[in-house]
Write a protein that binds this ligand. Structure first.
Ligand SMILES: [Zn+2]
Length: 424
């Protein structure tokens, strides 16, 4: 009871205007509707709080004057929609309580597991529960930048989230090395931002189109849906070539490449004789997920003294890959895997001195260095879609081309050539 009083006090303190509004409402005819979670909040006493350590659904309702038999009933009815034991500390919840009831008994419990979703357990009349989403608005934005030190700085200067840089580096992973950007490299991006309930910023949603000038060479990227049934989207350039390759660059998020493919490697331990290394070693912590670098069928998932636990995948008639020294495999021979699927975890089984993945790459039965190969692009646009794609990107490309670099960006560049270029 004491706690309920504190709660109430807390909610009053949090939003004193609400009380003033209510007072005014007595004088004025119609109070303005405040819609949230699909309810008109004016119809209730609204108590907002967050789940605290030790809180449970039952305790929250109990300290708001609901008795245990009813709590049990509510929990039973709601359980198919929402498991009330899943309340997480720190997440917000809202109680809609009856007006004109001295006990201010709750009629509705609303829990927000994340910014977009909310769970309503309504026990106003009959008990029912459902999950819903807040309305989301997407707003298109444009940003330009000229690299002076790095891309994060270029975005930060304009108050744009660094998340955009990550998205760009993903899109251009095969065309531009984001660790080696040049001063005066430039970019323009058309992207969307997400807003919940019209006003709450919820981050960058998506890049629709981008232009990146690296070493004076232009790289366009346009997002296009290639399979509307499965909702597959990819980025293509102005000639409809896929920007992604059929293979990931690396099977793990690695700390460093500890040893590259090298046919003339000499090892002191072996009397400085040549011991070719036909793999690429990616050092990573034990337990780091190892991912299939391309779609394919697992041909081996086994153990040898040298390889330790390893997996081999055949991708097509030309390419195979192999992953050694795993702590444990996550796939079986014969299984089909997709690019990015976790096939095992980094370990140090077999002949190795530290935790890493030895990644081996075969082309036509011969081991080659994947970093030196011109790897095939991922799924090209089908001939039937190509004309549609070229039509689709036309206005986007014009839009991109017409975005000017802002004058402050140009001023900050001391290079005279660039100023003329940017003004063109
Ligand atoms: Zn190796």
């Amino acid at each position: 009871m004491l706690f309920a009083a504190i709660c109430l006090f807390y909610s009053c303190k949090e939003d004193p205007k609400e009380e003033e509004l209510e007072d005014l409402a007595v004088v004025e005819a119609e109070p303005e509707q405040i819609l949230e979670f699909g309810f008109n909040l004016n119809d209730y006493i609204v108590k907002r709080d967050t789940i605290r350590r030790g809180d449970s659904f039952g305790e929250i309702l109990e300290r708001n004057n609901i008795g245990y038999p009813q709590i049990f009933q509510i929990a039973e009815k709601a359980k198919d929609t929402f498991d009330i034991r899943k309340l997480q500390i720190g997440k917000p919840y809202t109680l809609l309580c009856a007006k004109g009831d001295s006990l201010e008994k709750p009629k509705c419990f609303i829990y927000q597991p994340n910014k977009e979703e909310y769970v309503v357990i309504n026990f106003q009349d009959s008990i029912h529960a459902y999950t819903s989403r807040k309305p989301i608005k997407y707003v298109e934005k444009e940003v330009t930048g000229i690299i002076t030190s790095n891309i994060s700085q270029a975005l930060d200067d304009q108050g744009v989230s660094v998340a955009l840089a990550y998205k760009m580096s993903d899109i251009y992973a095969w065309t531009i090395d984001f660790f080696r950007l040049q001063k005066n490299d430039k970019f323009k991006v058309i992207y969307t931002e997400k807003f919940i309930d019209d006003s709450i910023y919820a981050g960058i949603d998506n890049i629709k189109a981008a232009y990146f000038e690296h070493n004076k060479e232009p790289f366009y990227a346009f997002e296009f849906e290639t399979d509307s049934v499965r909702g597959l989207k990819d980025y293509f350039n102005e000639e409809a070539n896929n920007l992604r390759r059929a293979f990931l660059k690396a099977p793990v998020e690695y700390k460093r490449i500890s040893s590259r493919y090298n046919l003339r490697r000499r090892i002191a331990l072996y009397g400085n004789r040549i011991r070719p290394h036909k793999g690429t070693d990616f050092a990573a912590n034990i337990g780091t997920p190892i991912r299939a670098t391309a779609n394919g069928t697992v041909t081996k998932s086994s153990f040898t003294r040298g390889n330790g636990n390893y997996v081999k995948i055949r991708h097509n008639a030309t390419y195979e890959t192999q992953y050694l020294h795993m702590k444990k495999q996550n796939v079986k021979a014969g299984q089909y895997v997709k690019q990015g699927d976790i096939i095992g975890w980094v370990g140090m089984t077999g002949n190795t001195s530290g935790p890493h993945v030895c990644y081996r790459f075969w082309k036509n039965g011969k081991q080659v260095d994947p970093f030196k190969e011109d790897l095939p692009e991922a799924e090209p646009i089908s001939d039937s879609l190509k004309a549609k794609y070229l039509d689709f990107i036309k206005p986007l490309k014009t839009q991109l081309d017409n975005i000017p670099f802002s004058s402050s960006e140009i001023d900050s560049i001391l290079d005279g050539n660039l100023i003329t270029e940017a003004n063109n």
